[in-house]
Design a protein around this ligand. Structure first.
Ligand code: PA5
Length: 443
């Protein structure tokens, strides 16, 4: 299923720059405390995403089935934790559904307007996802779409809408209650970036026939391993400890190097989870960096090898591919004979192994998450692995991995500039700061 190889993080294999088992052992006491806190917070439901593993999907499926029968497209209006999870899983898997999913997580006008102009409204339903119900980007999209859909379909507009939001609070919930729109709850104890296994991820994924039962099954099965007390038996804890120790050795950039073209969006999901959860107090956190094998061997690898020694690299490697192809023997030339009859899968694997060893030989700390295959089950497991690893790492740093106070200032300035009531001072603050700017632009 999932196996983690951390040989190349260890001193006795990669040399002095590595980590010793003793350094990990020394954190046993602290780890036990963090483990107990996690178990307690699961039991008292502070960590809400754990409860999602046992949710009953019957009602969710019944409600979404109605939309599946009527529509060819679902458009997601949402951003951050409200869209990255579904996007990660949808783009990691084969697209076998007759229906399409479009995820609009940007209000870049040229992108958004172009998209909606080309969209066939008759065949499309819209799912608005926002836990707070206040996110400017999502609500702006919602208002534009609402107007369009109402103009076109009058009272039938409701049949084309789904809203996923907080069970009781916010403008979207109020809208659901007033207009009786089909809705799903995001449990109050599940934060945006931890919500992929809630209706936030499951509704869109089920619409395009992704096996959400398997997704939850994978997460549930792997949760048993990722919540084990013993650090050497728990992949989330052990790799969190490797990250934690590395941080104090100056490794504050955390590369997720996925050897899969299909995991690009999964790495984006991880980037948000890791950055927003751990970047706190102006001293903690790792800058997450996306790398995709083999492509970034020809882009970032030079930096990883010979740039500043400030990175820790997590590889993801899939063991079994769905397809296979051999390089044919070409009679006209012998120049490339070393490639003849080698399978593409074999070359991909050799390249991965070679890069890993080249980095290790230079003392660059890395470890590899091997997964058997890219399917719902393994993605569910991987999601749970990363979520618990993030919480564990946060608690090792003694920070709150569930909040994101740093994003509020920018949001508040935007409200001020938009003229939202109650944010008048933010506008003044913004303008005062901007008044320092001199006209010193380079043209
Ligand atoms: O992880 C988080 O909480 C955030 O990234 C949110 O998901 C993001 O800001 C979107 O928020 P909302 O779902 O309230 O629109």
């Amino acid at each position: 299923m999932i196996k983690i190889d951390y040989n190349f993080a260890l001193k006795d294999i990669i040399g002095d720059k590595g980590i010793s088992i003793n350094e990990i052992e020394k954190l046993r006491g602290k780890s036990l405390e963090v483990h107990k806190r996690i178990i307690q917070e699961i039991n008292n439901q502070k960590i809400g995403f754990y409860q999602l593993l046992n949710q009953d999907l019957v009602e969710l499926k019944n409600k979404v089935d109605v939309y599946k029968q009527k529509f060819k497209n679902m458009v997601i209006l949402g951003i951050g934790g409200s869209s990255l999870g579904a996007k990660a899983i949808y783009n990691a898997l084969d697209k076998n559904s007759p229906r399409n999913l479009f995820i609009l997580d940007n209000i870049d006008p040229d992108f958004f307007i172009d998209f909606i102009e080309k969209l066939n409204l008759d065949e499309t339903c819209f799912t608005v996802i926002s836990k707070s119900g206040t996110t400017t980007e999502t609500i702006s999209q919602f208002l534009i779409i609402l107007d369009k859909v109402k103009n076109r379909f009058q009272q039938d507009f409701k049949e084309r809408l789904i809203i996923i939001t907080d069970p009781s609070k916010g403008g979207l919930r109020e809208y659901v209650n007033n207009f009786k729109i089909t809705s799903f709850d995001i449990p109050q104890n599940v934060g945006g970036r931890f919500s992929v296994l809630s209706p936030v991820g499951l509704v869109p994924l089920y619409f395009v026939d992704i096996n959400i039962d398997k997704l939850l099954e994978g997460a549930k099965d792997y949760s048993k391993i990722c919540l084990k007390e013993s650090i050497f038996e728990n992949p989330s804890y052990l790799t969190a400890l490797i990250q934690f120790i590395s941080f104090f050795k100056g490794k504050n950039i955390s590369v997720l190097f996925a050897y899969s073209k299909f995991l690009e969006n999964f790495v984006e999901w991880y980037k948000q989870l890791w950055a927003e959860s751990l970047g706190k107090e102006e001293k903690f956190g790792f800058t997450p960096l996306k790398a995709i094998g083999v492509t970034d061997q020809h882009s970032l690898l030079q930096l990883f090898m010979e740039g500043p020694d400030d990175k820790i690299i997590t590889f993801i490697k899939i063991k079994n591919y769905k397809k296979s192809l051999s390089i044919p023997k070409i009679d006209e030339t012998n120049y490339y004979s070393y490639l003849f009859e080698h399978n593409l899968n074999e070359i991909f694997n050799y390249e991965f192994e070679s890069v890993k060893v080249a980095l290790a030989k230079r003392g660059k700390i890395n470890y590899t998450i091997y997964i058997d295959m890219l399917d719902e089950y393994h993605l569910g497991a991987l999601i749970f692995y990363f979520m618990i690893k993030t919480v564990f790492t946060g608690y090792l740093f003694k920070i709150d991995p569930f909040n994101q106070p740093g994003v509020e200032e920018g949001k508040n300035f935007t409200y001020g500039l938009l003229g939202r009531k109650g944010y008048e001072n933010k506008k003044i603050e913004f303008e005062n700061f901007m008044s320092k700017i001199r006209q010193q632009f380079i043209i």
